[in-house]
Design a protein around this ligand. Structure first.
Ligand code: SF4
Length: 757
């Protein structure tokens, strides 16, 4: 479990040197984000001042964290790299595959049965390749990372969008796709567009019912769900220093909900307290020695408009509790009367059926203690609980300590369900209904981060509102969405009018954290003898075979598989939902390949013509038929093809099914890179209007693929059913190394060869 203090000291030693160099090159004082970015350059010393929002830069992250759903394909791919161990400290966390139903003990037992083969695979592959393994029930990835691995000034990537949570401890922590994580595990650089910078100045202090959650709910209201795109949000000011470390984690966590690359805070006393409380005094001591590098230069915060691309100011003393939702996390309403009006106007149910406290966003000791102070008042004042209450502690360490201190016992006295230390309802792992699609309209309140339709319980009619843990507790107890605990009275069991007092709690456990078994398994020092467990007949896991290079000859006579019409996101290419189950089995998940894409001929989904037989069928079946006949296939698409997530399955599936090239008007960049990594051709029409030339029965002849070279267009002859031909020019962005990936079948094949030589 131990973090590597020597590695952290090395980061700090580099930082001291590189920050000075970067300041000279940039020619002005630096923000904290720039200090961390410039001190983690792959090439070490900065060679130039990078243009924010424009330059692509190679970085060298300090750590990687993977959750159980995304780790499967990432680690199956890593196994292809031929490396004996991961190049960068890495951990795997089993938290997404545990359904909340009957309570922690029963639910964990059930998950350990239903997902046994996935957990066994992850445990064995982690053991083999030097990866720390956190067992099911050990906790939610981001809470465990904050407690054990995050450190001020560090850079990490994680295969989960809420990796950004570690900004609460002063990191630049960024969510990535599995393919990016595999690169770094295999010892390659990680590329990122140098982010823009948004500064958020916090003044005043929060008090009473207002919580750190309300800060990010307010920021989400101001910036909306897209406002942080491509930017790091850096919080500063006296208000920032007044917040606890886990409170800062909450704020950074929900930076994902405004689309931010990540969010971070400068190192301060709250972080030092948290490091010491979580048994990391040596990191605090090391950080104290480089304190000036772990926050922005003084000039930056004195005149932020000069150094950030955008600046927002929030006075915490004026901030009041908010409820954001339903269906989007940026729709803010002040608790109380404002909600009465809005809910009535929009016909949102005012009765609240569930309150849920937990998720990686709000599951710290402080969160549970403050919410429990409200629960205790309900017991003391004889208030009957109106809604149901569910709790997911963030980690076994938090759960054990909260149980020891009587916090969980308070919730249990109110008949709350204590679920597993895992994601549970936050990711739809909640057995609330037997038939969610036909479940009734209702409202719930939770302290999670996302509240899109169906996210928690699969019911499209559930109106989910996001709030702080203490407001969630109060509203669940009152059973009304528009309950204002600051002004409203409740009638207790004796018929008396009573009111809640302000919540109280502890930033950190007064008696310290304690845990008997944190749920961590350290890997073998020498994993060479460890066998990775994958059953040959498994439906959910499949060892990967290296992709073979696409031969130039096979690019004569390639057939159109589908001409996608309009938007074609990674969800259209590789759907989520029930398919998540097959994320570790390439052949099985390939049965969802492009089934959401609209065919430009006939405008139906998952119905394309097999040119060999003339029959119409599903996209995966047709691709398999071409592959079986030894015929390569081609996908044609519109603008921004592959936008959405960074999921590598969207590139691996067509590659697996024999697609040789994806030719589009334009690509979403990450997907284009993923195609390159899998050894395929990702090409764009030189004349966008050539998209219109492509017909249903087209055959493609790549005329000059043997001369594939950087900055050189390719020429394709498109032969139509009537024998007529069009010659189409296509562009590409492959550099020499990427052409090497294509020529050798994949980027991993190149790494494997280099490793072997
Ligand atoms: Fe993702 Fe929710 Fe789990 Fe956090 S708790 S990692 S948001 S599923």
């Amino acid at each position: 479990m131990a973090f590597d203090i020597d590695m952290i000291k090395e980061v700090y030693a580099n930082m001291a040197k590189r920050v000075d160099e970067a300041r000279n090159i940039v020619g002005k004082p630096l923000t904290l984000s720039e200090k961390i970015l410039y001190s983690h350059l792959w090439d070490g010393t900065p060679s130039k001042a990078f243009t924010r929002g424009k330059d692509y830069v190679d970085f060298a992250p300090d750590r990687i964290a993977c959750q159980d759903a995304t780790a499967q394909m990432a680690l199956l791919q890593f196994m292809q790299a031929g490396k004996p161990k991961v190049a960068v400290p890495t951990t795997v966390h089993c938290d997404h595959l545990i359904q909340a139903k009957n309570g922690a003990t029963a639910d964990l037992k059930s998950a350990n049965t239903t997902s046994a083969e996935v957990f066994d695979f992850l445990e064995s592959v982690s053991n083999k390749y030097g990866i720390g393994f956190w067992k099911p029930g050990a906790g939610i990835i981001h809470q465990v990372v904050l407690e054990n691995y995050a450190f001020p000034g560090g850079m990490m990537i994680g295969t989960d969008s809420h990796t950004v949570n570690a900004g609460g401890l002063g990191m630049v922590a960024i969510g990535v796709g599995g393919a990016d994580a595999v690169d770094v595990m295999a010892g390659m650089a990680w590329e990122l567009k140098f982010p823009k910078l948004i500064g958020v100045k916090l003044t005043g202090t929060i008090s009473g019912w207002t919580a750190p959650k309300d800060v990010i709910l307010k920021v989400a209201e101001i910036l909306t769900v897209k406002g942080g795109t491509g930017a790091i949000v850096e919080y500063f000011g006296s208000g920032a220093k007044s917040l606890s470390c886990t409170g800062k984690g909450t704020i950074c966590n929900m930076g994902a909900e405004i689309g931010a690359t990540t969010s971070t805070f400068g190192y301060d006393d709250s972080m030092e307290r948290y490091l010491r409380a979580t048994d990391r005094a040596d990191i605090a001591d090391a950080a104290n020695k480089v304190r000036e590098h772990l926050t922005a230069d003084d000039e930056v915060y004195a005149d932020p408009e000069k150094y950030f691309d955008e600046v927002i100011e929030i006075n915490l003393s004026e901030l009041t509790p908010l409820l954001n939702g339903p269906f989007t996390p940026d729709l803010s309403t002040k608790v109380g009367h404002d909600m009465t009006e809005k809910a009535t106007a929009h016909e949102w149910p005012l009765a609240v059926e569930w309150g849920l406290i937990g998720s990686c966003t709000n599951s710290s000791y402080e969160d549970l203690s403050r919410a429990s102070s409200i629960a205790q008042q309900a017991i003391d004042k004889g208030i009957k609980m109106k809604a149901e209450l569910g709790i997911n502690p963030g980690s076994e360490q938090v759960r054990f300590t909260a149980a020891r201190d009587g916090i969980l016992g308070i919730f249990e006295k109110l008949d709350a369900k204590i679920f597993t230390n895992a994601c549970g309802p936050c990711i739809g792992q909640w057995a609330r209904y037997s038939d969610p699609k036909n479940a009734p309209k209702n409202s719930i309140v939770h302290s999670f981060n996302r509240n899109f339709a169906k996210r928690a319980d699969g019911n499209p009619n559930t109106h989910a509102f996001v709030a702080s843990p203490e407001i969630t507790a109060a509203i669940a107890i009152a059973g009304r969405l528009d309950f204002n605990p600051m002004t409203d009275k409740l009638i207790n069991e004796n018929g008396e009018e009573v009111m809640f007092d302000e919540p109280t709690g502890w930033e950190l456990p007064p008696k310290g954290f304690e845990v008997e078994d944190a749920g961590y398994l350290a890997p073998d020092k020498d994993g060479s003898g460890v066998a990775v467990k994958v059953a040959l007949d498994s439906e959910r896991l499949q060892l990967l075979e290296p992709f073979t290079p696409i031969k130039d000859e096979s690019l004569k006579g390639a057939k159109l598989l589908i001409k996608a019409f309009g938007k074609c996101t990674t969800d259209h290419i590789s759907m989520a939902g029930p398919w998540l189950r097959f994320r570790g089995h390439l052949d099985n998940i390939s049965n969802n390949c492009l089934i959401g894409a609209v065919n430009a001929f006939g405008h139906k989904t998952n119905l394309v013509k097999n040119q060999l037989t003339g029959d119409f069928g599903g996209v995966p079946d047709t691709a398999r038929a071409y592959k079986a006949a030894g015929v390569r296939s081609i996908v044609v698409g519109d603008h921004n093809y592959g936008e959405g997530s960074s999921r590598e399955h969207a590139a691996m599936e067509p590659r697996h099914l024999g697609v040789a090239a994806v030719i589009v008007k334009s690509f979403a960049r990450i997907h284009e890179t993923n195609l390159k990594k899998q050894g395929m051709l990702g090409l764009t029409f030189t004349n966008e209007s050539d998209y219109d030339l492509i017909q249903e029965d087209d055959t493609f002849n790549f005329l000059d693929i043997s001369e594939f070279a950087p900055d050189k267009q390719l020429t394709i002859e498109v032969v139509h059913a009537d024998g007529s031909k069009d010659v189409v020019k296509v562009n590409h962005t492959y550099n020499a190394a990427q052409i090497g990936w294509y020529r050798e079948g994949s980027a991993l094949n190149v790494i494997k060869r280099e490793n072997a030589s």
